[in-house]
Ligand binder design. Structure first.
Ligand code: PHE
Length: 336
């Protein structure tokens, strides 16, 4: 290409760019002239074939062409300028992504771990498939106890069962550790219940266990559960103990929270009593210490256990336990 030809090609290219009707046409011209395989880079590559004495002037002319093409493209909103999102409306609101939320049962479990974490409790875990010793025998359950019945428990043979409570984690924890012990154990439990608004064959419990070589009393248990009630259900919620029986605690109590809705005055949720039953608890029976190799003369402690569904239902006002398992977003999104 001679210098004259170059000037002619340049004039044509600038005219074409000036006449380009839309962004696509501008982009096509960019590719044609300064794209990787465009005509201007091709000229630069071919520079070695230009006679030596003409090379400086020719090189200058090519560079000038390139600069003018770039300026012309930019003035049409193309070239390097096109790489910036000039078409975007920067005042548009951001895109909304629907984030999921924690399931109410997970929230109760995590909140419980946080509250007891403040009191020095750690989280212990145990298997859902248990043996007779951990689920019943070591917990001082007599062989004739109805909970062991085939119609109340899911058995696999004579020794293996789906745990009916989280209490076997007490046994596992004590067998593997020395006092002092402070654990909570959340997990799934199984009973052969027919499902209705308040029962499910598979539900969740949270066990608590404190064992120490210094004397532990029922007053300690009560203060810890009172703190838990206040943190979980809100200011002013208190606890009361009613005498009860569990094979593995002595004395045993049932634990009620004062009704967080009517503040104890009586309403539909607490069945006009002002109290809601939430947990079983008591002082660890000395026989249980015997089963795990602790000296009942040297250690004492308390244990408690409550249903996660029960807490979730009263805390969030959920009338039917089945809603917690159906994964219906119309329900779940109300609690998000
Ligand atoms: N495991 C008992 C139940 O399922 C609850 C409980 C736990 C009671 C710990 C006392 C101590 O009913």
């Amino acid at each position: 290409m001679t210098l004259a030809e170059l000037e002619k090609a340049k004039a044509e290219s600038l005219a074409e760019i000036a006449a380009a009707a839309d962004a696509a046409a501008v982009e096509a011209l960019r590719v044609r002239y300064i794209g990787r395989n465009g005509s201007i880079p091709a000229l630069i590559k071919a520079m070695k074939d230009v006679p030596k004495e003409e090379r400086p002037a020719f090189g200058k002319a090519v560079q000038a062409w390139r600069a003018e093409v770039e300026a012309a493209l930019a003035s049409k909103g193309g070239g390097a300028a096109a790489e910036k999102p000039v078409d975007a409306d920067l005042t548009l609101p951001g895109r909304w992504f629907a984030l999921g939320a924690k399931h109410p049962l997970s929230r109760v479990i995590e909140e419980t771990a946080r509250i007891f974490g403040h009191l020095g409790f750690t989280v212990a875990d145990g298997p859902e498939l248990e043996n007779r010793f951990n689920n019943f025998t070591a917990l001082n359950t007599p062989p004739h106890h109805p909970s062991m019945d085939r119609s109340d428990t899911f058995w696999f043979g004579d020794d293996t069962l789906l745990r009916t409570q989280t209490s076997p984690v007490q046994i596992r924890t004590m067998m593997e550790n020395k006092p002092p012990i402070r654990v909570i154990c959340p997990g799934r439990t199984y009973r052969r219940d027919t499902t209705d608004a308040t029962h499910s064959a598979n539900f969740h419990q949270i066990e608590g266990l404190y064992v120490d070589t210094k004397p532990v009393s029922l007053a300690d248990l009560k203060s810890v559960l009172a703190y838990f009630a206040h943190e979980m259900m809100g200011d002013g919620v208190t606890v009361r103990f009613r005498p009860h029986f569990f094979p593995f605690t002595e004395p045993s109590v049932e634990v009620d929270f004062s009704c967080h809705l009517c503040k104890g005055k009586g309403c539909r949720v607490c069945k006009e009593s002002g109290w809601i039953e939430v947990a079983g608890a008591g002082m660890v029976d000395p026989r249980v210490f015997g089963h795990v190799g602790y000296d009942p003369e040297k250690v004492s402690g308390y244990a408690f256990g409550f249903g996660v569904e029960r807490i979730a239902m009263i805390k969030y006002g959920i009338p039917d336990i089945r809603w917690l398992y159906e994964n219906d977003v119309r329900f779940l999104s109300q609690l998000a």
